[in-house]
Design a binder for this molecule. Structure first.
Ligand code: ADP
Length: 301
């Protein structure tokens, strides 16, 4: 469906936000995980043709859309981190406006918008002005606008930001249904946002794709490498320097640390069952540094 081929993005000033990422999108939910600043939004904008890559290509069914974005835009649903809206329009008016802009016929749009507003739990607020909506409600309008043209490729940048647990569960159910026939990409820095619904996860760190796979396989690979130890707080920096620390919580005078290590890291460490959070933390703990724009191998310091 959609293929990102060796994408790089260097912003003005020379900052390399994406350093050569290839990613194929197929039906199913792909969870794009990475810490803030990893390059996820940049990559999503490029996939959605809202930004151009510095080098690399975006292919829809094999055809390059970098220079001719129209075929992709027609079949794309995109929720950017901040989407523009008109506060004086009602939710229904706003979606009708966008549907018309995307070439959806008026009658089909009317039916679809009614269904979508119900799906995102905004049926009762459909005729209220967006200016009075809460952040969570606006996010749900944003999700609805991404689906208004019945897209084959759905790109959602941090869609769960501002949603409460119930809204998040509803979004997950909706995306799982849609993903049977559509490629859905959901970017986030929060592992639980994707662990129940993603058929695959891709982890991005410092502009690089550092890991990709099915959650169950990645977790299975992590078996036997997750440990818990109770340590003195003063030991924490040195432990954190040696092992990826997944979590540390205060336990009285001591600290209970969950960490990843190939072998028992401390004599009293106990093994834990691995989870996707462990996979993610260890993947982003030590990303390979990006080569600078002017590498000078062997240069004296
Ligand atoms: P993420 O979505 O993973 O948080 P971003 O793609 O937003 O990451 O950002 C990646 C890096 O690129 C960050 O260091 C960010 O500061 C930088 N960046 C993002 N957008 C711009 C821009 N328009 N101009 C310059 N630098 C940018």
């Amino acid at each position: 469906m959609l293929d990102l081929v060796d994408i790089t993005k260097v912003y003005r000033g020379g900052h390399r936000a994406v350093g050569g990422i290839s990613l194929g999108l197929r039906p199913g939910v792909l969870g794009l995980l990475g810490p803030n600043g990893a390059g996820k939004s940049t990559l999503m904008r490029i996939a959605a043709t809202a930004a151009r890559p510095t080098t690399g290509r975006v292919l829809l069914d094999g055809a390059d859309v970098t220079a001719r974005p129209r075929p992709l835009r027609r079949t794309l649903g995109y929720l950017p981190q901040d989407f523009g809206f008109y506060p004086n329009l009602t939710a229904r008016e706003f979606l009708s406006y966008l549907a018309a802009a995307k070439g959806v016929g008026a009658r089909a749009a009317r039916v679809r918008i009614g269904e979508l507003l119900d799906l995102v739990g905004l049926g009762a607020a459909a005729d209220r002005r967006l200016g009075g909506f809460s952040g969570g409600m606006l996010r749900r309008v944003g999700i609805a606008q991404a689906l208004v043209n019945d897209p084959r490729v759905i790109i959602l940048d941090e869609p769960t930001a501002g949603l409460d647990p119930e809204e998040r569960a509803r979004l997950h159910a909706l995306l799982s249904d849609l993903a049977a026939e559509r490629a859905v990409v959901l970017s986030t820095h929060i592992v639980p946002d994707v662990e129940d619904i993603a058929a695959e996860v891709a982890v991005v760190a410092a502009g690089r794709l550092v890991l990709r796979g099915r959650p169950a396989d990645l977790v299975a690979d992590m078996a036997g490498r997750v440990w818990e130890a109770v340590v003195d707080p003063v030991a924490l920096p040195s432990i954190g320097g040696r092992f990826p620390v997944v979590r540390s919580v205060r336990d009285g005078e001591l600290v209970r640390v969950r960490l990843v290590a190939p072998e028992r890291p401390l004599s009293d460490a106990v093994p834990l069952q691995a989870g996707l959070e462990d996979v993610y933390r260890s993947a982003v703990a030590a990303p390979a540094p990006l080569p600078g724009p002017h590498p000078t191998p062997g240069a004296a310091r």
